[in-house]
Design a protein around this ligand. Sequence first.
Ligand code: HEM
Length: 231
Amino acid sequence: MNRARALPAAGASEPTAQRPLPRRGAAAAAAPRLDAWLAHRAVKPALFALALVPLALLVIGAIAGTLGANPAEALIRRSGDWALRLLCLTLALTPLRRLTGWQALARWRRMLGLFTFFYAVCHFLAYAWLDKGLDAAAIARDIGKRPFILVGATALALLLPLAATSFGRAIKALGAARWRALHRAVYAIAPLALLHFYWMRAAKRDFDEVIAYAAVLALLLGWRAWRALER
Ligand code: HEM
């Protein structure tokens, strides 16, 4: 099994054996050293631990009562923020690998893709528990009533099969072509997550962060579209 193919949703549609863009001078000399450093066996577990820090801070904040006047809202919003940040980070790995030649970055995609899903699930659970008291009927009504909730739920529903098929055995069972086609859903998930965020902030007329995320996602998805047109 080619491990590079057993990677998560984001960036899954790029062929994995691409050569990096040519670089010159000091950057070219430093790249293999940095790549070797990034491939060190301690880096991935360190990244895993780092990805759990936001959750740990939220749990500690909730216990210590330092999440502000509305801790439930803080838990829902901050977990949503991390789901979106990790989605952007996962999508950034392939362009970064292509630009720098750091092949080690490919080994992080599955893990960061799964952390995106993990934080999206935490976000949903925080909402379902703290906002809706785990009342399935109330959640269903909210999905039908508020379009921004419907869009968030659609993004989460689309993330589910990607997370479930990000393992070697699933790729084998699906076949590479079907697996890649399925993982192209990330091109719908990213705009849906952004629309969910936009809709929520539009009610408050607070667009600064939305514009920043829109610019990052436009760059990352635009780069992929440009690469696809080039081929
Ligand atoms: C069933 C799925 C989802 C539900 C029910 C849901 C629900 C919510 C709710 C209730 C809020 C807070 C609204 C407020 O405070 O006024 C929120 C905000 C947010 N959600 Fe979701 N969401 C879902 C999925 C997602 C997904 C998949 C992502 C990203 C990948 C996401 C990212 C965000 C972000 C970034 C915010 C704004 C946080 C902020 O203002 O700082 N959500 N969501």
